[in-house]
Write a protein that binds this ligand. Structure first.
Ligand code: UD1
Ligand code: MG
Length: 441
């Protein structure tokens, strides 16, 4: 499969190449490559523009895509031919995708490949829209596709056609190069149009057909508004899928998923929750309102939020509770442990059933290194304590409220590290009297 990603995307007005903009926390290019892989493609090629090293590097990251550079932007057919070496290597079929059309599904790509396997020489994805302006039109004769006409080259009658080219085209492997090499550039844009392959093939007695899909699957991104439209459609699809798989979303339209979010059965997600990349929520957990999670795992029976923040490496064990205004980073919270209010837990292990009081902070960073805090099973850390890492709080140990703990606390002992309380009886009365007298002078 060949992904065209040479478009620089000037209308994005961005320092980031267009296809690296993200939908659901994943680059558009990665969405397309993932769909290609899942449709069973065994060879991937990505065509990038000159100087688009970041795109090339992103494409190469999976280790299975060859990267080709299109030096001059001479059209989609010209772009495909930059991957000539990949095409010459031989394949049953060659499917061309656009890097800026991220929502295409593996099922659609499989349909294209199945049609090719069933005997068509060219298969084109189409969709119907009442607003076809800007798209190439699919000109059909019964079930057969006879040509694709670009908007600028279309006659008034052809412009009335509402069946549009989605941009995804599949070719039978044998003979594809001969058709592509025959494409010229005598058209309104002076470009080598990949779409001209249909007319050339049909003139040679080959067969072409269209497979129709939902317009939204083929949304292309050229500007930020279209990026947002794609995101909205992506989110709508993920919400539906998550509910179909057995999770409850109380207000689905307020929950945002990443492409790789994994949500188990009987998970309840309250309103206004955001999932960044890399989150797994296992069956039976509850994510309460206004929480933000990324790079985290939440085990069954755990309750996270409201207003919780789980950062990368947060691993919340079964039946653990992470409450309001608690931030967890790179820490394991073992079964049944609780940090219910106003805490920062970073680079730590919290043993099973330990209780972390309100306002507890792991002081894990000194401006140079990060240090580990280990809190034993069943330990009780009193409110408003600072645990200066590296440090170990033993199993079953207590830390008195308001402590700044700088030395390890042995198992089952109490550490109090704060000023001892002094009580001066009658002091307040005397103070007030003195101040009043001063003022009266
Ligand atoms: C293309 C189709 C049109 C279809 C529409 C769907 C052609 C000639 N036209 O038009 O029928 O309805 O997509 O969105 O194919 N690219 C390169 N190198 C080039 C030119 C383009 O890599 O020299 C890449 C672009 O980055 C983009 C894709 O090919 O990913 C499509 O190019 P674009 O210029 O957007 O074509 P459209 O005019 O949208
Ligand atoms: Mg386009």
């Amino acid at each position: 499969m060949i992904v065209l990603a040479a478009g620089e995307g000037t209308r994005m007005r961005s320092a980031t190449p267009k296809v690296l903009h993200e939908v659901g926390g994943r680059a558009m290019l990665d969405h397309v490559l993932a769909a290609a892989r899942r449709s069973g493609a065994d060879r991937l090629a990505v065509v990038v523009g000159p100087g688009m090293d970041k795109v090339g590097a992103a494409a190469a990251r999976g280790g299975d895509a060859a990267v080709f550079v299109q030096q001059d932007r001479l059209g989609t057919a010209h772009a495909v031919l930059q991957a000539r070496a990949a095409i010459e290597a031989g394949a049953d079929d060659v499917v061309v995708l656009f890097g800026d059309t991220p929502l295409v599904t593996p099922e659609t790509l499989r349909r294209v490949r199945d049609e090719l396997a069933a005997g068509s020489d060219i298969v084109v994805c189409g969709f119907r829209t009442p607003a076809p302006t800007g798209y190439g039109r699919l000109l059909t004769d019964g079930a057969r596709l006879v040509a694709i006409r670009e908007e600028r080259d279309a006659s008034p009658a052809e412009r009335e056609v509402t069946l549009c080219n989605a941009g995804i085209m599949g070719f039978r492997g044998a003979g594809v190069l001969s058709v592509l090499d025959a494409i010229g550039n005598a058209n309104a844009k002076g470009e080598y149009y990949l779409t001209d392959a249909v007319e050339i093939a049909v003139a040679r007695g080959l067969t072409a057909r269209a497979v129709e899909g939902d317009e939204r699957e083929f949304l292309g991104v050229n500007d930020r508004a279209q990026l947002a439209a794609c995101e909205a459609h992506f989110q709508a699809g993920r919400r539906r899928a998550v509910m179909q798989e057995g999770a409850t979303l109380i207000a689905p339209e307020t929950v945002f998923f990443a492409a790789d979010t994994s949500i188990g059965r009987d998970v309840v997600i309250e309103p206004h929750v955001v999932f960044g990349p890399g989150v797994t929520v296992e069956s039976g957990a509850r994510i309460r309102a206004y929480s933000h999670l990324e790079g985290a795992r939440v085990a069954g029976g755990a309750i996270v939020g409201p207003f919780a923040r789980l950062r990368p490496g947060a691993d919340i064990g079964p039946d653990a509770h992470i409450g309001n205004f608690v931030e967890i980073k790179n820490s394991v919270v073992e079964a049944g442990a609780k940090a219910n209010h106003l805490a920062y837990i970073g680079d730590a292990r919290i043993g099973a059933k330990a209780n972390i009081g309100a306002g507890t902070i792991t002081c894990n960073y000194d401006g140079f290194g990060k240090y580990h805090t280990d809190i034993g099973r069943g330990a009780f850390v009193g409110s408003n304590s600072s645990l200066v890492a590296p440090i170990r709080i033993g199993e079953g140990a207590y830390v008195g409220s308001g402590s700044v703990v700088t030395a390890d606390v042995p198992d089952d002992s109490l550490a109090v590290a704060r000023g001892r309380q002094v009580v001066k009886s009658g002091w307040a009365q005397a103070f007030r009297a003195r101040m009043k007298a001063l003022k009266a002078r």
